[in-house]
Design a protein around this ligand. Structure first.
Ligand SMILES: Cc1cc2nc3c(=O)[nH]c(=O)nc-3n(C[C@H](O)[C@H](O)[C@H](O)COP(=O)(O)O)c2cc1C
Length: 337
């Protein structure tokens, strides 16, 4: 059924299709009778629950950051069977993001390229919605900085976001790895990460909200840069890592070079990212030890890819592009892994 719907959705621009599909589903789930049948069809059999970061996750599959940027669809996403959803990236102030078009499908590669640029409604809007989040779904809050905030003041943006959403989420994800905010990935260097995590840990010690704070990293780091991050993780005792964000690489794609040139800059996600993100995951697992909390994300298109990520060391797996290509029954099938 999703194949037919996807056929029509793929006539729309990639960004429009995203909203149309979610709004259609939300409406369908309000029609009595139909809602009952749909909800039953989404219910996972034998979901594999796991204990991670001191939290019981209903299953190992989560929706990666960037899909529900404003925490708008949490009830619907829970119905679809996700064990957790990472909302955001949220920035202190609302911002429009980059000019459209900014999201592109590479169908031949089962991939997407995006340069959304943290379009989001800002902290206040997110907090209002999180107050009504559904029970039984684990929610992570992914935080970033506004485009207009220079890197010298980035720490203040992260602190603002942290303080506002920490009461309403189960974990925090610090995003310093999106390729679409100029200079953001420079914040992955050890001086800034140390200062940032020390500040956040101090705020946590002096508050009643003891939520895990994770770091989300890029797949394009050199071995030296990755080693520095690992050193910082150990030194500052960062609670966990999310590996990885999208890549700026365009290697090994089936899509024509001319089309890629027309699309231009942006982060590549989906199938072509699997190998690269898995290499980072394996390296992290090897160097951080078997008990260190890691969420694996990048290029997971089916349950086989999900098993691969788990075998390479991921405790939980997140997906974004695989959900677009597989459709709303995806999480139901993956929840048993
Ligand atoms: C359209 C789009 C928007 C995204 N926005 C964010 C974001 O706001 N914050 C973030 O940390 N990651 C963002 N991501 C990255 C995803 O969370 C994920 O790390 C990446 O897409 C790799 O997973 P995938 O191959 O399953 O898509 C975005 C990805 C896409 C495709």
């Amino acid at each position: 059924m999703y194949r037919i719907l996807r056929f029509f959705l793929f006539f729309l621009s990639a960004e429009k299709a995203h909203y149309v599909a979610m709004d259609l589903l939300a409406v369908a789930l309000k029609i009595p009778g139909f809602a009952f049948i749909l909800k039953r069809s989404f219910k996972a059999e034998n979901p594999h629950s796991v204990q991670f970061l001191g939290i019981k996750f209903p299953n190992r599959i989560g929706l990666a950051a960037g899909f529900d940027k404003n925490a708008k669809w949490l009830h619907l996403l829970k119905t679809l069977g996700f064990g957790h959803v990472e909302v955001g990236t949220v920035t202190p102030l609302p911002q429009d993001g980059n000019p459209k078009p900014r999201l592109f499908r590479l169908k031949k590669d089962k991939a997407l390229i995006n340069r959304m640029g943290f379009n989001n409604e800002g902290l206040d809007a997110m907090v209002k919605r999180l107050r009504h989040r559904p029970d039984g779904l684990i929610v992570g809050g992914n935080i970033g900085k506004n485009k207009i905030t220079p890197n010298e003041h980035a720490l203040e943006d992260y602190v603002k976001c942290y303080l506002a959403i920490v009461p309403h989420v189960d974990y925090i994800a610090v995003n310093v790895s999106s390729p679409n905010t100029p200079g953001l990935r420079d914040l992955q260097e050890k001086e800034f990460l140390t200062e940032l995590f020390v500040s956040l840990h101090t705020l946590r010690e002096n508050s009643k909200y003891k939520k895990p704070i994770l770091l989300k990293i890029a797949p394009d780091l050199s071995v030296e840069a990755l080693d520095e991050i690992i050193e910082t993780i150990k030194k500052v005792e960062i609670d966990g890592v999310i590996a990885t964000n999208t890549t700026i690489s365009r290697e090994n794609l089936k899509t024509d070079k001319a089309i890629l040139n027309t699309i231009g800059n942006g982060g590549l996600s989906g199938k072509p990212l699997l190998e690269k993100s898995n290499e980072i995951l394996e390296y992290l697992r090897h160097n951080l030890g078997k008990n260190y909390p890691i969420i694996g994300v990048g290029g997971v298109m089916d349950t086989r890819d999900m098993y691969t990520k788990i075998n390479k060391g991921a405790n939980l797996v997140q997906v974004y592009t695989g959900f677009i290509y597989s459709g709303p029954w995806m999480a139901k099938r993956w929840a048993a892994v």
